[in-house]
Design a protein around this ligand. Structure first.
Ligand code: CO
Length: 174
């Protein structure tokens, strides 16, 4: 089922989400609905709070480099109660967008690699190193769980530049 998104200006986007205590059928269904919603909007990542659920649950479609150097999207991945550790000192600056802030894009500086610990769909603990754009996707979605948006991490002059667009989104969707 495609769920309704919430948009910039909705105070829920500034709240901290709660740990999932038990992976119930409801949580599993929510994960699948989030993937359907992400795909329906041509997104590459979604946090539960973006569909109004204050749970530490994110989904992404990882960007994968093919053998001929092209980029494609992989199968959807589900991260329950993700925790990011060991961010690399080395950083990258790349453009990001967000389904809750339509049509706004800006460059964000983030670590190149991280480790992430989470529960998978079956409730198993997974700990893995993640690099490049996939790491960025996880960091962007993980920020949502703490009420942080990518526009909080951009340069002041760029923030000023997008201010009118943010105002427009606030008025249009809320
Ligand atoms: Co986002």
């Amino acid at each position: 089922m495609i769920l309704d998104l919430i948009y910039y200006g909705n105070p829920l986007l500034r709240e901290r989400s709660f740990d999932i205590k038990e992976i119930t059928d409801e949580v599993r269904q929510l994960s699948l609905d989030m993937i359907e919603t992400m795909d329906a909007h041509n997104g590459i990542g979604l946090a539960a709070i973006q569909v109004g659920k204050k749970l530490r649950l994110i989904v992404i479609r990882p960007e994968i480099e093919t053998t001929d150097g092209e980029f494609t999207l992989g199968e959807p991945l589900i991260f329950i109660n993700p925790k990011i550790t060991k961010p690399s000192i080395e950083t990258d600056i790349l453009s990001e967008g967000c389904l809750s802030i339509p049509k706004v894009h800006a460059e964000v500086q983030r670590p190149k690699s991280i480790w992430v610990e989470y529960l998978n769909f079956d409730g198993k603990v997974v700990i893995e190193e993640v690099q490049a754009f996939k790491a960025r996707e996880i960091m962007h979605e993980n920020d949502h769980l703490n009420g942080v948006l990518f526009i909080d991490r951009i340069l002041a002059h760029k923030r000023k530049e997008i201010a009118p667009f943010l105002k427009e989104i606030k008025e249009k969707y809320n």
